[in-house]
Structures are given as C-alpha cells and as structure tokens.
Write a protein that binds this ligand. Sequence first.
Ligand code: PMP
Length: 389
Amino acid sequence: MDSKIYLDNAATTFPKPEIVYSSMDKFLREKCVNAGRGSYDLAQNATNLIDDTRKLLLELINSSLDKKVIFSPSATIAINQILRGLDWDNIKNVYVSPFEHNAIMRTLHSLQKTNEFNINIIPFDNMTFELNKDDLRIMYSRREPDVVIMSHVSNVTGYILPIKECHEVGKQYNPINIVDCAQSLGVVNVDAKSNFSECDFIVFAGHKSLYGPFGVGGFIYLNNKIKLKEVITGGTGSDSTNLEMPNESEVFFEAGSYNVYSIVGLNTALKWIKEVGSENIFNHEKQLTEVLIDGLMEIDGIEIYIPENLDSHIGVVSFNLSDYLAEDVGRILSDEFGIAVRTGHHCAPMIGEFLEGHAINGTVRVSIGYFNNTEDIEAFIEAIKDIGI
Ligand code: PMP
C-alpha cells in the first residue's frame, strides 16, 4: 500500500515546509549559478546566500558570528572531515556513547586501521539511560580523554544526551568535544554559550531536524585553536596557482562547487524555523511523542526503549512487539496500514546490545516530525493494537 502516514522523520523530515520547495524551485530556475567563482551579480548573489546561511546557523546556536560554518554534502562527510582531520599522533583515547551512529563508529573503526587508539564507551544505565558520572570520572582518570564524540539526540531512542554534564566531567582533561547534532539542531536547544559552551565542533544535517533538503550538512567550528587537516582537496575559485588549499577561511574545507541549490533550501528552512520558533516545533513534536508513548504503553507485549526521565526525550520511539520480528511489524504497517516507519538497528551498531531484550535483533522505530498530527499517532496506535491481537 502507498504510504499515507509518514513516521520516519529521523531518517529525514518529510514533508518539508512548503516554502522550502518553492524557494528551491525558483532559485534553480532563475539564479542557480556557481558561487564563489565569479564577480557578476548572480554569482555574487549565490555567494551572499551561502554567507547568509552560515550566519543563520550561528544565530540558531547563539554563537558569536566570527565562528566558521563549514558546508559539506552531509553530516557523514562532515564527521569524516573532523575525525580524519585530527592529529592522530596525539590521540590515545576516544570516548563515545553507546548510542552512536555508524557515521562515527565506522569512521573511528577505519581510523583504527592506521592509528593506535582506544575507543571507550561512556557509561549509561541501560534501564534509565542516566549517565553514570562516577564511573565516567574513574574511566577518565584511568584513560584520559583526548576526544569525546557523541550525539545530542539518539536516532534510535530519541534520548537527549546530557551533553553539558558529560563535558563538565571531562573539563579538567580538555579533550576535543564533538557533538553530532544531526537529530537535534533546529528542534532541541543548542546554545554555544550555555549547554554547548565546552563544545569544539557541532555537526549538522540539513535534511533532518533542520527541515531542509538532502545534499547539505556540515560542521560549526567553535574552537579555532584546534587545527584540522584538509581531507578533501580541489578547486576553491581562489588562489588557483597555489597547490595548497587556501587556509584562511571556510573554503579550506569546501573544495569543489557548492551545492547552492540545497543551501538555498536550508537557508529558507532556517528562516522558517526562526518564524515558527524552535520551542514550538519542539513542543509540537513532544506533545505527539507523549500521545504515542501513552498509547503504546497500554498495549500488552510491548517492550519500549525510552529514558526513565521523559524530559530528556523527543520525537523518536523504538519498541518491539512480543512474538514479532521488528521487520515484520514494519512490513505489516506498510502493507496493510500504509504507515511508514523504520526497522532494524538504524545504523547504530552498539544500541541492540545496550538495550538488550528483543532489541538485540533490532527495533521498530517511530519518528515524529512537525507535520505529523494527533490523527497520525492515533492511527498508528490502532494499527499496533490490531497487529498485537
Ligand atoms: N548522525 C546521526 C545521529 C544520524 O541519525 C545520521 C543519519 N541517520 C547521521 C549522523 C548521518 O547523517 P547523513 O546520513 O545525513 O549523513
């Protein structure tokens, strides 16, 4: 059956705000030329739009406007650029949470083939999801952290990780703190002056919680004392006779033509977020999440993977239904009810083991977006009740 209800917003938010479609269409038809490479008005306009988008992102995180925002094709590539750009000669201990995505875990695994370092797992309680600060303190004193990389919101459980608390525990060791905000930026508060004050790099994905299109992600360079090597080299439209990448600005990390088309979509999405208000997007998604959890909790045989304190939770609920494989539930939801969710391990290699129970074989993941409504959630709950009978 064709999907009638879309509940896979953690994969990508869909649909996008109407204005994102119209602005991209208009730009592609009327103004989509190569940016940063010409002095004529259209090229200058494209360059200005890119700079404006950098500014909108910095404003969104309440950062001073002198920080660098680097655009890349996706959060995955941004994470590769940061991790592969680090000076691995001086890194012995990397810390990650058990919630991490393969954009991080496979990149670290790949780096371990040529560099000697330990990957340590930050201790979280697998029933409550609370950070075990005392254990972390002891781990840090035994193996001092050089790099701490973790997601802000888990793409499997919707858990909002305690970024500030983790950073506070490690502060005395001054590690490089990287936060993957692919699932949070635009919806959950990210503030460079408060909860992210110790953060060195923020990663974003335009097509997820920022409600923009595919094709643009990147990272925000909050601490310019940390030098990264360039990972991708090529034309920048500047200093062309120099075979070194020009290293004075963002272009050091931005070789090749900009995806101006997608950046324009992101620009419009950021203005839409500003107009609607991140708190209102959060509150709408939160309210639907509560309806979803309340409904699911009433169904017999549900194993649900959410934090004990639901203040640290938004938008994504993973569960299993007894006697069913997660993938079978996903198939029935799609075939019989026209409901789109995702099943499996969701590119998070450690989550099944962490959550235990049926999650070892994957979960059914429901993820809510701003354009869902209560009827969508109610229809979903009715479908699960029907399957569970
Ligand atoms: N980090 C997290 C937490 C994610 O959920 C995802 C995408 N599922 C990524 C990184 C990678 O994003 P992209 O696929 O857009 O590169």
